[in-house]
Design a protein around this ligand. Structure first.
Ligand code: SF4
Length: 457
């Protein structure tokens, strides 16, 4: 019982968070920056922040994460980090030769008040940024927001690089939000099936799920190219997946370059994928191919074949807002009951959205934004569930409460597969259901009496 001190009785806490269901803003910014080809993320703060952010991403993706740091010491903490960042920009372009540096701030540099655009201007004037290379960045103090906000801020900074030539290039921008590299691959595959030319950014496929080649490549082949990002200002439209992760960037593209945008839910599950496919088809002026309809049919078939095992099962969900909104809709649609839903990312809109998705149900739903895992555990103690869906940190609750766990979201530190097998789209929906069904039926097999233990399920 590793969490044996978690009491059942819930008392209101205003100034205390226990086991947060979120992590630092810069981790999201770093992940987003890795989705730009030839880009080196740079942490403007102390070495400790950078080491933590890199190691968290390495543990999740099982890949080496390259990132530089301004290496603040006492001097920079008192007088500001401008000198450190200018020197870092010079060193990085000289030694590592990236195409771009994506700088994110940390709690310390934000508290000092370092002004990134002013430092970038100075670096350019002092010729520390070679011709044709780019420096961009985002403010990501961790005392507000979460890793999701940091991701969103960095994608917005990418969108601010877009330029408009005044002519539309017929492409569609997809801002995928914080999904796995495998999910990004799947979104590209679906767009390709529908016959639409897209620009996706960030795009970590081929960067964080590449093969073992025996050769270390600091800048792998994958990632959205800077020229594509710049040309995204000429696209026909933008599909932004996830209000929290992608909407700000899409609105930036709209206001800067007049690229109309649609903000969609992330395409997890049947209905959200239908809406994504329909939006793609509409903005691209094409129709849905038979092959994609067949994939949809397989997901519908799975749901109808196995519905009896999903029906009425109570679920506790923890993760990031965009993922949880789509997952809640999916679970409700297959008659599962998401009774506890928690995200560490702030935003009351999240609670309203989850309430709206579950209002027609007969059960009560506990939902909280800016919540923590301690509260989730208390909810589960008071109202046990059949399955928990969330990141690796849920394993402590799952073990103490003897509840099956489906690992999904960020971070997953103790399993593999998320980088390679998508959970978006129809095929991703099949994988999600297979994972959920697997743990439910394993538990049934474990708990069934000899009379009810069945060979065929
Ligand atoms: S919370 Fe702030 S100081 Fe701590 S690791 Fe994150 S960015 Fe650095």
């Amino acid at each position: 019982m590793l969490l044996k001190h978690t009491p059942e009785e819930i008392t209101e806490r205003k100034a205390l968070m226990i086991n947060p269901a979120k992590t630092c803003q810069p981790i999201g910014a770093m992940y987003a920056a890795l989705g730009v080809k030839g880009c080196l993320p740079h942490s403007h703060g102390s070495q400790g922040c950078c080491a933590y952010h890199r190691s968290t991403l390495t543990r999740h993706y099982k890949e080496p994460i390259s990132a530089a740091t301004s290496s603040f010491t006492e001097g920079a903490s008192v007088f500001g980090g401008q000198a450190n960042l200018l020197q870092a920009i010079n060193n990085i372009f000289t030694v590592y030769e990236p195409e771009a540096i994506a700088v994110h701030t940390t709690c310390l540099s934000e508290t000092i008040g370092d002004d990134l655009p002013q430092i970038f201007d100075k670096a350019i004037k002092e010729k520390k940024v070679p011709e044709g290379k780019t420096v961009f960045g985002a403010p990501t103090p961790s005392y507000v927001g979460s890793h999701v906000t940091g991701f969103s801020n960095m994608v917005k900074a990418m969108a601010a690089l877009a330029e408009s030539s005044g002519k539309r290039n017929g492409k569609v921008n997809i801002l995928p939000g914080w999904v796995e590299p495998s999910d990004m691959e799947e979104l590209k595959r679906m767009a390709d099936m529908i016959g639409i030319e897209i620009t996706m950014y960030p795009d970590t496929s081929g960067v964080l799920n590449g093969p073992l080649t025996g050769k270390y490549d600091m800048f792998p082949e994958g990632g959205a190219s800077l020229s594509d990002i710049k040309e995204s200002g000429d696209a026909t439209g933008t599909l932004a997946l996830g209000e929290w992760c992608s909407a700000e960037a899409a609105r930036t593209l709209d206001s800067r370059c007049k690229v109309p945008c649609s903000i969609l839910d992330m395409p997890f599950g049947l209905a959200a994928t239908d809406r994504f496919v329909d939006a793609l088809r509409t903005v691209g002026g094409t129709s849905v191919p038979e092959e994609l309809s067949r994939e949809r049919g397989k997901l519908v078939d799975f749901i109808s074949d196995m519905h009896q095992y999903f029906y009425g099962k109570k679920v506790a969900l923890v993760g990031d807002p965009d993922q949880l909104i789509a997952m809640t809709e999916f679970l409700v649609s297959i008659d599962m009951c998401p009774v506890h839903v928690i995200t560490g990312t702030p935003g009351k809109k999240f609670e309203k959205k989850i309430k709206a998705l579950t209002e027609s149900q007969e059960y009560e739903v506990n939902v909280k934004a800016a919540g923590d895992m301690f509260l989730l555990h208390q909810w589960i103690k008071n109202d046990p569930v059949d399955v928990i869906i969330g990141n690796t940190y849920c394993k402590y609750i799952a073990r103490d409460e003897d509840t099956p766990l489906v690992r999904w979201g960020f971070p997953i530190l103790d399993r593999q597969g998320h980088q390679h097998f998508p959970t978006v789209g129809y095929m991703g929906g099949l994988r999600l259901l297979e994972k959920i069904l697997g743990v439910l039926l394993d538990r049934k097999d474990r708990d069934d009496s000899e009379m009810t233990f069945e060979l065929v399920l």
